[in-house]
Design a binder for this molecule. Sequence first.
Ligand code: ATP
Length: 517
Amino acid sequence: MKNSSDTFKALISHCKEYGYVFPSSEVYDGLGAVYDYGPYGSELKNNIKQFWWNSMVRMHENIVGIDSAIFMHPKIWKASGHVDAFNDPLIDNKTSKKRYRADVLIEDHVAKIEAKIEKEVAKAQKRFGDAFNREEFVTTNGRVLANQEKIDTIMKRFTEATESSNLEEIRQIIIDLEIACPESGSREWTDVRQFNLMFSTEMGSVTSDANKIYLRPETAQGIFVNFLNVQKSSRQKIPFGIAQIGKAFRNEIVARQFIFRMREFEQMEMQFFVRPGDQMKWYEEWKSRRLSWHKALGSPAEKLQFYDHPNLAHYADAAVDIQFQFPFGFKELEGIHSRTDFDLSKHEEFSGKKMQYFDHELDKSYVPYVVETSIGCDRTFLAVLSNAYCEEEVPNAKGGTDTRVVLKIPAALAPVKVAVLPLVNRDGMPEKAGEIIANLKYDFNCQRDDKQTIGKRYRRQDAIGTPFCVTVDTETLENDTVTLRDRDTMEQVRLPINELKAKIGEKVSLNELLKQL
Ligand code: ATP
């Protein structure tokens, strides 16, 4: 059995070998924390985006979509607070010369203590079996309580230091916790400094500060500045939402863990505009709707958890992360933030234009409050693949077993829905395969595979995550039937070619996932 770190490494190399994700600019030795999506990866990513888009825009009469530009007026980032406050505290290790995010070093330290608690819980669970009561155990066991107290003390100190931007204190916490550089093991740390995460460039031909523009670090601001354009043109009434999928850029200091933290990534964000005072109701509502979305996508409940932010961002009055259990631990997959009227009010102030909505029912104008759901498309992609990646022992023809690697991606999201395999490359079988593809390609992404033995072809399609394989054999030529193989059960059924579309269609439709919401 592989441990989770080995599984993660295996997943990364699988992604490269099977055309999911490649390191960017690989022939030039790559570019830090930038990745390219290959033929299967781009299909999966598109399917994830389509599921998100449909779940927001099609499933809600009061949510509409936009596609705003990456380049925006530089004042927008001043107004939003990003120029002054979109910083990460960074610290260098003097021995290894490696740079780290100070907050991440502390959070990782806390995660290790949390892991100790989970180990105690797992041990006790094994000992007590069905009679085990987690709540009772974690509130009474001495070792768990001592570790929980350690965590609470660290988090209290860390929260106070962050809220007061006390960089010296953040450094002192690292020193006091005896946190060592993961690379060199050294505890020689520099001071903590703030580092702005926005990339900038110049617009036009003259290089001066006036022409400086930023690559957007989030898609949300494109929604805020278009709020009235969208509301008026689509005749929406509050409460209503605006959804957008698009690239965002952050000059992340510690970019690691594959596509989890990239410098160029894609966000799927929805800003929901509500009456002032209604925000907490909608915040709770969107927490629950978004959790259901993750479950519909195939994430088991035990791999998802809410994590309340100990420190709120400058714009929020409530914030929670939906964390997913990645192979490297529970980490943020999506953020749900109650952003108050901060952004719209700031844009009013900086642009001098009204950002108000006239509420006919209340007979007055106001700046709406906003509840945002913001999810990383790439992190969702990684979550889907982490759930899907399996190494299984399966019986082989010689009476022994083989290991098969299979991506059990939910069929509706799978890059290729059906592979059509002529058993041999003669006797009219390739032509028959061509006819089947010609008939199915309007409904499903199909692939023909005619290289190697049939067994190897099944393994390859398993590794790609193709939910169905259709095999054309001698009998097909006699009576127009084929075998249909299911990726997960590996069972094969024989059926007439003209039943394929309906049979596959009911299993691979995105609508089935949408109906679960
Ligand atoms: P983190 O704490 O992990 O840096 P964040 O709190 O800064 O994330 P948000 O600003 O809330 O992230 O962005 C919303 C979502 O965008 C995140 O939940 C995540 O899925 C995604 N995201 C943010 N930064 C990155 C990144 N560098 N690479 C990939 N996805 C990202």
